[in-house]
Ligand binder design. Structure first.
Ligand SMILES: C[S@@+](CC[C@H](N)C(=O)[O-])C[C@H]1O[C@@H](n2cnc3c(N)ncnc32)[C@H](O)[C@@H]1O
Length: 308
């Protein structure tokens, strides 16, 4: 059984049905995600960009090293990071940029984009699961700044976010830095709208997960009988996405049959929001001695810098 099929069947046979958000990103899903990034309501990338444009210099001022490895986990196309790299080079630092991503194709795009903007920069791409490939960098003697952008930490549920940051802390040496993009707690209406856009693009993105199962795993989901539901709970700071079965139904996925009660839900994604105080607590819980936050003008988003 492929791991996609195995994960889908395990998730849909559990008492609370769920599908992992990592399966959103097939070719069609990645295209729809680009549409989400451009939505009026989806403020996250715009805020991160604003901070990079206004505060990259201030962030770099906190980092005393002249020679620096900048290692980026889940780097994607590098289109935002390049702003930071340009500022780093301008400040006179000698940088090695090492983007890590599970997608070899996106790393090619990243390298071409960064090399076109900063021709002299040393770029060394590393394809594969960063939880494994990062250890190839362990022996390098250079001081490090590790980047984890795009509010990706929000997709780690509960304690697993803390475990992930602890993993990063274990990898780093004393004195190294970690810069993380984090979506902050704010007016709940603003968050709710980001996951329930008026054009229905988020719905299309969620439904594509069922379409992908139909395409790749011989599924027969009736797409019209599932609805997208996005909700934000200000008590927990979690934005959750669900697919809701609008009727009692049976769905075939290859040899498997899954039954749905009317209004039964499939949990598809968590996007956890944090306050700056939450982040200070996380820093001390995960072994970082110092942290400082750089926010956009509205205070919606933070690039938080931690030092081991
Ligand atoms: C939502 S994109 C964010 C890209 C970029 N950091 C940004 O802020 O625009 C997440 C990226 O992480 C990569 N990714 C997800 N899980 C990964 C893993 N375990 N190892 C390596 N890359 C991963 C994906 O391929 C994708 O390019």
């Amino acid at each position: 059984m492929s791991s996609f099929l195995e994960d889908v069947i395990t998730g849909l046979k559990a008492p609370q049905k769920s599908l992992s958000s990592k399966y959103f990103y097939d070719e069609k899903g990645s295209r729809i995600f680009q549409e989400i990034m451009n939505l009026e309501e989806y403020y996250l990338p715009k805020c991160e960009l604003e901070i990079l444009e206004n505060s990259s210099g201030n962030i770099l001022d906190e980092i005393p090293f002249k020679e620096l490895d900048i290692i980026e986990l889940g780097a994607g196309d590098g289109s935002k990071t390049v702003i930071f790299l340009e500022e780093a080079v301008k400040s006179g630092k000698h940088i090695n940029y090492i983007p890590l991503d599970i997608s070899g194709e996106i790393l090619e795009v990243n390298r071409d984009l960064v090399k076109a903007r900063i021709p002299g920069l040393d770029v060394q791409v590393l394809a594969g699961d960063y939880l494994k490939t990062i250890f190839q960098l362990k022996e390098r003697k250079q001081a490090r700044l590790l980047l984890f952008m795009g509010s990706n930490i929000g997709n780690f549920p509960g304690e697993s976010a803390i475990e992930f940051i602890r993993f990063i802390n274990d990898f780093l040496s004393p004195g190294d830095f970690f810069l993380m993009g984090v979506d902050l707690k704010k007016n709940p209406h603003v968050i709710r709208a980001a996951y329930n856009d008026s054009k229905g693009v988020t719905k299309k993105f969620n439904i594509n997960l069922l379409e992908r199962i139909n395409r790749e795993l011989e599924g027969d989901f009736d797409l019209d009988s599932f609805e997208h539901y996005g909700v934000y709970n200000p008590l927990t700071g979690s934005a959750l996405s669900f697919l809701v079965s609008l009727k009692t139904q049976k769905v075939k996925i290859g040899e498997n049959e899954i039954t749905f009660d009317q209004y039964e839900t499939i949990h598809t994604e968590i996007s956890q929001k944090y306050s700056l105080k939450d982040l200070d607590k996380i820093a001390s819980k995960t072994g970082f001695e110092w942290d400082k936050h750089f926010t956009d003008e509205k205070g919606y988003y933070s690039l938080s810098l931690f030092r081991k």
